[in-house]
Design a protein around this ligand. Structure first.
Ligand code: SF4
Length: 342
């Protein structure tokens, strides 16, 4: 893809169909699993319920059983490719983390495709990451989003070298940076430090406490950076994660759904959305299983008592779709006749 692709040209008000390309073109079912809120960091800006000092992990056996239930229901809905995205809190602190990867790896030959992802503060030591890469190579794709937390960043070069090691072992990485308006210039310098080390950086705008819209305080210049800079690359080629179609049938692309919020493109109320049918989220500490993070729908169930996937794509009732895990799930505007996927 052209590395100069200009996201500001996308006619967001005329988009009628969108989705993560891998979901549009395959039978991929996605699971976003928040393994617990327990975290070894205590960032001053973390949301009240974003982290906990209390260890709140579900037993490993229950997690493994839940994987079987997810796969059984997803297969019944016609999906036999899987993407498991593990986050927290800090997911690497779950005592059964490698047991979960091992279970997914064991079933991989019986799937059409399996990929794993984690969002981590990258605090584990190199030995842990060496073990992680042994598991990661069992999958079709493994990727990591490493959250940059300024207050805990004693050694930027160690942070960078862990990611360079992961990249060399075939794990795709990106560094997640929330570009707080007051610290924008400082964070932009840090982002360029990593970029100069050939590492991908995801620039995220700061959102209001309900994550519905981008906070005020950005200059025009800063918004331009959030809209178009730090495109995701693999081997120096721009990569696109999301495909959109406008009301004239023209296709448009975006490197990461995270960028949607920088354009305030996150309202899909009334659209037909496939979350809950071909994707779920599991969140703690309540153990709730929902169609997506943003959705106001009743939960599909609970990790302790079971859940039921939707049997077909269902209308979005929610005022905004704020997490990129949600917004990239295939969906189309009411009245659009383009099939949701191939
Ligand atoms: S809020 Fe939920 S139902 Fe609505 S578009 Fe987002 S994921 Fe789909």
């Amino acid at each position: 893809m052209n590395p100069n692709y200009d996201f500001t040209k996308i006619p967001f008000d005329r988009i009628v169909h969108l989705g993560q390309i891998s979901m549009l073109e395959s039978d991929l079912f996605t699971v976003s699993w928040l393994l617990g809120r327990y975290c070894n960091f205590k960032c001053s800006y973390c949301w009240e319920h974003g982290r906990s000092d209390k260890v709140d992990h579900r037993p490993t056996e229950l997690c493994l059983k839940t994987i079987d239930q997810i796969k059984g229901q997803a297969r019944a809905n016609g999906f036999n490719s899987f993407h498991f995205s593990l986050s927290g809190g800090e997911p690497t602190l779950h005592p059964g983390y490698f047991d979960i990867l091992e279970k997914l790896a064991r079933d991989k030959p019986y799937t059409n495709y399996t990929s794993i992802h984690m969002t981590t503060n990258l605090s584990k030591n190199m030995k842990w990451f060496e073990k992680y890469t042994e598991y990661a190579k069992e999958f079709n794709r493994a990727s990591i989003t490493a959250s940059y937390h300024k207050e805990y960043m004693k050694d930027k070069s160690l942070f960078a070298s862990k990611l360079q090691y992961l990249e060399s072992a075939g794990v795709h990485t990106t560094i997640n940076m929330v570009m707080v308006p007051d610290l924008f210039d400082e964070l932009w310098d840090v982002a360029n430090y990593f970029k100069n080390k050939q590492l991908n950086v995801t620039l995220k705008p700061q959102s209001d406490p309900h994550a519905n819209y981008v906070v005020s305080g950005y200059t025009e210049e800063q918004l331009k950076i959030l809209h178009n800079e730090m495109k995701q690359e693999i081997n120096n080629q721009a990569t696109m994660q999301v495909r959109m179609i406008d009301d004239q049938g023209k296709e448009w692309y975006m490197d990461q759904a995270e960028r949607f919020n920088a354009f305030n493109f996150n309202c899909f109320k009334g659209w037909i959305c496939s979350s809950g049918f071909r994707s779920i989220i599991i969140r703690e500490p309540c153990g709730s299983i929902k169609r997506s993070y943003s959705c106001i729908d009743e939960p599909l169930g609970n990790i302790e008592t079971g859940f039921d996937l939707f049997l077909e794509p269902t209308i979005c009732k929610s005022p905004s779709c704020v997490s990129s895990a949600d917004s990239k799930i295939p969906k189309r505007k009411d009245g659009c006749v383009i099939p949701l996927w191939k």
